[in-house]
Design a protein around this ligand. Structure first.
Ligand code: GDP
Ligand code: MN
Length: 392
C-alpha cells in the first residue's frame, strides 16, 4: 500500500525526524488560509504540493511556491483538479517553503535478494533515482543493515560522510537510523526521502544550516497490514483500482494480468497451476483469482463480476477442487452470476471433489450455456479455443 506524502510525513515526524510543519487542504480558500498562517509565523514563502501517488509531481507542475496567501490560493486553484499521469488532484499539502542549499537522496528499501534492509543515498538529490541508477550508478551509496543488529552507528556515519554531511553528522545519523527503524516498526517496503535537503533557517543568532525531510514516500507491506490496524485509515481509495477495492472487500485474492482468459480457482497453488496449464495450451490468463476455501455462492458471483469488469476477457475458466469449498455452492454462485452478468462470454467449468455431482446437476438444470468439462485438460483446451474464436 502506497501512502500519500502527508501520511508518509506523519510516520517520519512520529519517529522524531525533522519534517517541516504541513497541513492538507482540498480547496483554494483553505490553502490561502493555511498559507496566511505560515507566512504570519515567519515563512517567506509556502510550497503547495499535489497529493497523488505518482512520482515526478514537480516536473508535472504539481509542486509550486507562493509568496503570499493570494498567490497560494491561485496556485492551489491551478493544482487542484489537475491531471497528473492520469490521476486527478483532489488534495494538496501546504507547508512553509524551505530555503534549500543542497538536495540529497536517502531511502531505506527491502532488499529481497539480500534479505536485508538496504539504505541507499546519493549526494545528487531531487532527481529520479531509477535514472541515476542507470546513468551514474557510482553516485549511489549502498549500505545493508545487519539483519539482527539493524543499521550500525558506524554504517550510518559511513553514509553521512559519503553524502558530504560531515558537518551535520548527528542529524544525518539520526535520519539514517530513523528510516531503517520505520521500515521495521511499520512493516514498510520502502521509506524514501527525495529530497533530503540541507536548508538555511534564520535562528535567533542569524542563519543556521540543518537537514530537513522535504518529500516522503512510504510503501507498506500489504501482507503485514493486519498487524497495524491504524494503517488502514491511510488507504486512499480514490487512487486504487476499483477491482482491487472490490476484491479486498469480498475477501478474494485477485490480480489482473495481461491475457484474455479469466480464471476462477480455489487455492493459490491450484490457481497458479491453472495459469500454467492455460499458458501451456497456448492461452494467456487475464487474472489470478483465488476465491479461497469454503467460498459461498455470493462470493463466487462477486468473483465472476470482477473478472467481467476486464474488457479484454474473452472466456472464463472455472477450476474448483472441492474440499472445504463445496461444488454445489460454487455452481449456484455461477448460475446466479450468469443470470445477472453485464456481458456474456463463454464459461467453462470443471468442478471435482465435494458435492461435484450436485454441482453437475445444478449446472445442467439451470439450462444455461455453461460448459461443463470432465477433466482439467479438457476445460483448459476448451477455454483457450473459445477465447481464440472470440478474438477472430
Ligand atoms: P516530486 O517531484 O513529486 O518528487 O515532489 P518534491 O516534493 O520532491 O518536490 C520537487 C522539487 O520541488 C524538489 O526537488 C525541490 O527542488 C522543490 N521543492 C519542494 N519543496 C520545496 C521547498 O519547500 N522549498 C523549495 N525552495 N523548493 C522545494
Ligand atoms: Mn520528491
Amino acid at each position: 500500500m502506497k501512502l500519500q506524502e502527508h501520511h508518509a510525513k506523519t510516520l517520519l515526524a512520529r519517529a522524531g525526524l525533522p519534517v517541516p510543519p504541513w497541513s492538507v487542504a482540498a480547496t483554494p480558500a483553505d490553502v490561502g488560509a493555511q498559507a496566511e498562517r505560515y507566512l504570519a509565523d515567519g515563512a517567506t514563502a509556502v510550497v503547495v504540493k499535489a497529493q497523488v501517488l505518482v512520482g515526478g509531481r514537480g516536473k508535472a507542475g504539481g509542486v509550486r511556491l507562493a509568496h503570499s496567501a493570494d498567490e497560494a490560493q491561485t496556485v492551489a486553484a491551478a493544482i487542484l483538479g489537475m491531471d497528473i499521469k492520469g490521476i486527478t488532484v483532489r488534495r494538496v499539502l501546504v507547508a512553509p517553503a524551505a530555503d534549500i542549499i543542497r538536495e540529497l537522496y536517502l531511502a531505506a528499501v527491502l532488499d529481497r535478494a539480500e534479505q536485508r534492509i538496504l539504505l541507499m543515498g546519493s549526494a545528487q538529490g531531487g532527481i529520479d533515482i531509477e535514472t541515476l541508477a542507470q546513468e551514474d550508478p557510482a553516485a549511489i551509496v549502498r549500505v545493508h543493515a545487519h539483519p539482527q543488529l539493524g543499521l550500525q552507528p558506524f554504517q550510518a556515519r559511513q553514509m553521512a560522510f559519503a553524502l558530504g554531511l560531515a558537518a551535520h553528522l548527528g542529524e544525518a545519523v539520526a535520519i539514517c537510523q530513523g528510516l531503517c527503524d520505520i521500515m521495521l516498526a511499520e512493516d514498510a517496503d520502502l521509506v524514501e526521502v527525495n529530497p533530503l535537503a540541507l536548508v538555511s533557517e534564520v535562528g535567533p543568532e542569524g542563519p543556521v544550516e540543518r537537514l530537513a525531510l522535504l518529500d516522503a514516500k512510504v510503501t507498506l507491506d500489504d501482507s503485514a497490514l493486519a498487524r497495524h490496524p491504524g494503517h488502514e485509515t491511510m488507504r486512499d481509495l480514490d487512487e486504487e483500482d476499483p477491482a482491487d477495492v472490490a476484491a479486498r472487500a469480498a475477501g478474494l485474492s485477485f490480480i489482473r494480468l495481461e491475457g484474455d482468459i479469466g480464471c476462477m480457482v480455489n487455492g493459490a497453488g491450484l490457481a497458479m497451476t491453472t495459469m500454467d496449464l492455460v499458458k501451456r495450451a497456448g492461452g494467456e490468463p487475464a487474472n489470478f483469482l483465488d476465491i479461497g476455501g469454503g467460498a459461498r455462492s455470493d462470493k463466487v458471483a462477486e468473483a465472476m463480476r470482477l473478472i467481467l469488469t476486464d474488457p479484454s476477457v474473452r472466456a472464463i475458466l472455472v477450476n474448483i477442487f472441492g474440499g472445504i469449498a463445496r461444488g454445489d455452492e460454487v455452481a449456484r454462485g455461477l448460475v446466479e452470476a450468469r443470470a445477472r452478468q453485464a456481458r456474456s462470454v463463454p464459461l467453462v467449468v470443471r468442478i471435482v471433489g465435494t458435492n461435484a455431482d450436485m454441482a453437475a446437476d445444478i449446472l445442467r438444470d439451470a439450462g444455461s450455456d455453461i460448459i461443463a468439462a470432465r477433466t482439467l485438460d479438457e476445460a483448459v483446451e476448451r477455454a483457450v479455443a473459445l477465447a481464440r474464436q472470440a478474438a477472430a
